[in-house]
Design a protein around this ligand. Structure first.
Ligand code: ADP
Ligand code: MG
Length: 726
């Protein structure tokens, strides 16, 4: 193998790598271990006195307040359980606006008066923690003198044990709020939005005769895409190390054109990794269901069975943490960045979403009776209306520096938010919409809205709706524009709230039009759906979202097309968005302003770090390689001339020109970086319009250099090596 020393050594290390495992899968299968490390309902039932168990179950079901005396008993049982599992510490886990997971660890250990150690954990410690909040972003919400925040146990998400080779920690999922009650995290608004959705959905259910008052919860199943790259390559690339994506790299001669990776046999080391990831997740009670190769080489996907939105969000964070952690053990790095490699597909997270309750199950599942079908269509119409009315909110919650490389790049949905309903369901709505005027109705039935029986709607998501950001897949919607590194919280909060608002609207219309007379319901439903389709039907699009025509068509339809993060984040504080989120007590104006500020800052910091890394790599790694190559050619020319032979001036000129261009491009990028904008929106615009294009120019030059430089001088692992050596 020729090549630069760094690369050769990395490749040798990979060839010599053998993974060791201590897992004995024959004596303990991951299925048997499911939930082993969770303080689950079953564990509580076993360990808590009956009356206490009843009280905590009620709190878990309806979100009522936890009585402190109950908390003490629960804390004590939880501690005993955790000690039995070998835990010595506990941690309040929370989800700050960085999108990461944060935890503060404390020991159970308390010295007593006699000089012995006892394990202590009270109800108040369980319910409430007080991490130093000052180092988490708050977007100007708190002044430093009131920088404290507190974490409060979210009873609906069970505590669990995180294992480490040298110890175990009891983890308590918590919400993180300021002392004045503002949300500083990603969990609080989820809980609030779920309540909003429930309140409104109950009104529709009541109209349709479901008085059970069973809590309506939204559900989420997130398919996570990721790349696995050998760590030896990652550590040899400053861009992958610090930014999670390659800022340079000429395309590999072979890419994804053969489609030979998608659903292909999973390489051995990767499969071993997946088994261990799933084992870890199973212990944490996370039901992993599918795994497969994705489209790009070295790209994979993992999907759990769906759960209640709040729990799914916590679990999704744990999935990301576990994917990264276990990868190290197998000598790999798990890249969750949306676009780690140019020219091959990036990674997204498909957020499958629905809502339902214990009495009827999934409310977005067409039923077997006309009555159920009508109710299904009402909820579906609410989704259509919500997506149309608040498309910009859905766009803004997927706006990140990483996701900008993906959306609209013909591998992921465009930045235009539309809905794919599929031909059959579209047809049903078309019929209702065009079926003008009230027709005679059969008492108690819904025949007049043309939906006495719905066609069997295809339930496989397949490839047919790949290009749609928001697709109906038979019994749920799939929000496909979410970035792979993102928390699913923002998207879920947005969906819960916009559908709550739509359901509120529809419920009010139906209540008014029926005036309490159930016999009038079917006519009212027909009218309301017709009106919704007339006003919002333009958001339905079943065609190919990747085409130029769609961009034009969407513009005619008046659908927003916000291509970048600085385009879309500021709409979080538009009047209608503030009104929406504050009306349902999900996020106040101040909370939204702080969030927008934090997300813009994150965008700006991300771009700045990338730009600095690019400059550094260009100046200290790529330029020297170019010069070495230039020197080699120059020396060769000298020798040839001495011998009176013609020399290859063209190659020498080429590398000389490119080297100079590299210096220039690096200097312009530095110049763009030095600019100081007034405020974070202006800064984000500058990043988007000046810094990122300067990075693209620099990359183009560098990639041309890579294609010229002698292999033995090229110091960065190549696309070919990173994507294909396993
Ligand atoms: P596909 O690749 O066809 O989209 P997958 O099986 O990879 O399908 O993923 C589908 C995801 O949708 C899974 O996480 C699944 O649990 C989830 N899902 C199924 N039903 C619902 C539902 N009612 N609410 C939310 N998510 C759901
Ligand atoms: Mg899938």
């Amino acid at each position: 193998m020729s090549g630069n020393k760094v690369r050769v050594e990395a490749i040798q290390a990979i060839n010599n790598y053998t993974f060791e495992t201590s897992i004995d899968f024959k004596t303990s299968s991951s299925i048997e271990m499911f939930g082993d490390n969770v303080f689950s309902v079953t564990v509580m039932k076993k360990r808590l006195p009956k009356d206490i168990f009843k009280k905590i179950s009620k709190t878990m079901e309806d979100g009522s307040r936890l009585d402190p005396s109950v908390a003490d008993v629960v804390a004590s049982a939880m501690k005993d359980w955790a000690l039995d599992k070998g835990a010595t510490h506990y941690a309040h886990v929370f989800f700050p606006l960085t999108g990461l997971t944060a935890e503060k660890h404390d020991s159970f250990l308390m010295p007593d008066l006699a000089g012995n150690a006892i394990a202590e954990f009270s109800g108040s410690t369980l319910i409430q923690g007080e991490p130093d909040a000052s180092s988490f972003p708050n977007g100007g919400l708190r002044e430093t003198f009131e920088a404290r925040g507190y974490t409060a146990w979210d009873v609906t998400s069970p505590a669990y044990i995180m294992e480490n080779p040298n110890g175990a920690t009891l983890c308590i999922p918590t919400a993180f709020v300021s002392w004045t009650g503002e949300a500083l995290d990603k969990k609080t608004p989820i809980l609030r939005s779920m309540q909003a959705l429930n309140t409104q959905a109950q009104r529709i259910l009541k109209l349709f005769g479901d008085d059970s008052e069973k809590m309506v919860n939204s559900t989420c199943g997130a398919e996570q895409e990721y790349f696995l790259i050998d760590r030896n390559f990652v550590t040899a690339r400053p861009d992958l190390m610090t930014t999670g994506r390659t800022l340079f790299g000429a395309p590999s001669p072979k890419g994804q054109e053969f489609d030979d990776h998608y659903f292909g046999a999973i390489p051995d080391r990767v499969l071993a990794y997946m088994f261990e990831v799933e084992r870890e997740l199973c212990k944490l009670g996370i039901p992993v269901k599918t795994r497969h190769n994705e489209v790009a080489p070295s790209q994979f996907e993992i999907a759990p069975v769906f759960e209640t939105a709040n729990l799914a969000t916590d679990h999704q964070q744990l999935v990301m943490v576990t994917l990264r952690k276990v990868a190290r053990k197998y000598g790999m790095a798990c890249l969750l960045h949306e676009k780690p490699f140019a020219g091959v597909n990036g990674s997204g997270k498909h957020v499958n979403y629905s809502f339902g309750n214990a009495s009827q199950g999934n409310l977005l599942d067409p039923g077997d009776t006309p009555h159920e079908n009508a109710q299904f269509l009402v909820f579906c119409a609410a989704v259509i209306r919500g997506v149309h009315k608040y498309a910009k909110l859905l766009r803004s919650v997927v706006a990140t520096a990483g996701n900008d490389h993906r959306l609209g790049a013909n591998e992921a949905p465009p930045a235009i938010i539309s809905i794919f309903l599929g031909d059959q369901l579209s047809d049903v709505f078309q019929q209702i919409a065009s079926n003008g005027g009230a027709t005679s109705s059969k008492a108690g039935g819904f025949l007049n809205i043309g939906v006495d029986s719905l066609p069997d709607l295809p339930k496989d998501a397949g490839d047919r709706n790949r290009t749609s950001p928001f697709a109906f897949t038979g019994n749920r919607f799939e929000f496909r524009a979410v970035g792979s590194a993102q928390s699913v919280s923002g998207p879920l909060v947005a969906m819960n709230t916009i559908f709550a608002e739509s359901i509120d609207h529809i419920a009010t219309e139906l209540e008014t039009r029926t005036g309490g007379d159930g016999a009038k319901l079917h006519d009212a439903v027909q009218e309301v759906i017709r009106e919704i389709m007339a006003e919002h039907g333009e958001v339905v699009f079943n065609g190919d979202g990747y085409t130029e025509e769609w961009q034009k068509d969407a513009e005619k339809r008046g659908l927003p097309n916000m291509k970048t993060t600085p385009d879309s984040l500021p709409c979080m504080v538009d009047e209608d968005i503030v009104d929406l989120l504050s009306r349902y007590n999900v996020l106040s104006k101040e909370e939204l302003e702080s969030r927008m500020e934090i997300y813009l800052e994150q965008y700006n910091m991300k771009v700045a770090v990338e730009a600095k890394t690019a400059v550094e790599m260009a100046d200290t790694i790529i330029y020297p390689a170019a010069i070495k190559h230039q020197t080699l050619l120059a020396e060769n020319c000298l020798k040839l001339r001495e011998l009176g032979l013609p020399c290859d001036d063209e190659s020498l000129d080429k590398i000389t020109t490119l080297s100079r261009k590299l210096r220039e491009a690096s200097a312009s990028l530095k110049g763009a970086l030095a600019h100081e904008a007034d405020g974070s929106i202006a800064e984000a615009k500058h990043c988007c319009e000046a810094v990122l294009p300067a990075m693209v120019t620099l990359r183009e030059v560098a990639d041309s250099i890579e294609e010229l430089v002698a292999d033995e001088f090229w110091p960065l692992p190549t696309y070919q090596e990173m994507l294909f050596i396993k």
